[in-house]
Design a protein. Structure first.
Length: 248
């Protein structure tokens, strides 16, 4: 199985899974994997590593933007099979363990089923493991503040709202931002393309999600690698401002 891999910069790859993206950062023989798609995306995750000349054994860490199933899907598999550490922001660690689950409820999805795209997305999510129980046994908080000593040198940026511990990853050297679900460029349930917030039903606290756009607007860079949708090129500041305008 081939994955939909796009090299967007030296050593930086955006991969489109089934409705969700992940990012591979390579440096020599080592790699950082940011997010892991749905549980049903596992073969694509493994294929994407092979396509960039890497392997699961070469992944020195898995970084998770937030612990929803469509981003956490293969984190425990990689940890159990290859001993790969899984890192998140401290507030998101118990979410990854499934001490609790802050994810859109089935009832909420059904109440929004009249909206364009919602029911097809929901069917796909169910088939891909969107409601599966996929806890990470031993998730870890970041070992220190600032840039992580990993391929790509990602800098965690707390962007709460979608979940309490949602975290984007800034790549200052490459002028890029891995934004997870704090800022996307498309989604099967969205009616517009380009920088935007996800529909309201997906956010734990919409007001905080809006405030996190201001945090992202303060980052330098010209390359947005979202959790959903295609790569977006242009000033991160402008992308965040556009998303805020659309959300008001």
């Amino acid at each position: 199985m081939r994955a939909d891999v796009h090299q967007v910069a030296d050593g930086t790859y955006l991969v489109h899974g089934s409705n969700t993206n992940w990012v591979i950062l390579t440096e020599g023989d080592a790699a950082t994997l940011v997010d892991t798609g749905y549980p049903g995306d596992r073969e694509q995750v493994l294929a994407s590593l092979a396509q960039v000349g890497s392997s699961p054994e070469a992944v020195v860490a898995v970084l998770i933007t937030h612990a929803h199933n469509d981003h956490l899907g293969s984190a425990e598999y990689l940890s159990a099979a290859y001993g790969t550490p899984v890192h998140l922001r401290e507030a998101e660690v118990p979410h990854a363990r499934r001490d609790f689950l802050h994810q859109v409820a089935v009832g909420t999805v059904l109440r929004n089923g009249w909206r364009p795209g919602v029911l097809p997305w929901a069917v796909h999510a169910l088939r891909s493991g969107g409601t599966a129980h996929v806890p990470v046994t031993a998730p870890q908080a970041f070992p220190a503040a600032g840039a992580l000593d990993l391929p790509g040198r990602p800098v965690p940026v707390h962007t709460p709202g979608h979940t309490d511990g949602h975290c984007a990853y800034h790549l200052p050297a490459g002028g890029a931002l891995i934004s997870g679900d704090a800022l996307v460029s498309g989604h099967p349930t969205a009616r517009v393309e380009g920088p935007q917030l996800l529909p309201d039903m997906f956010h734990r606290e919409r007001a905080r999600a809006l405030a996190s756009l201001d945090v992202l607007a303060g980052l330098e860079g010209e390359l947005l690698l979202p959790g959903h949708g295609p790569v977006h090129r242009g000033a991160l500041r402008d992308a965040a401002h556009r998303a805020r305008e659309r959300a008001l």
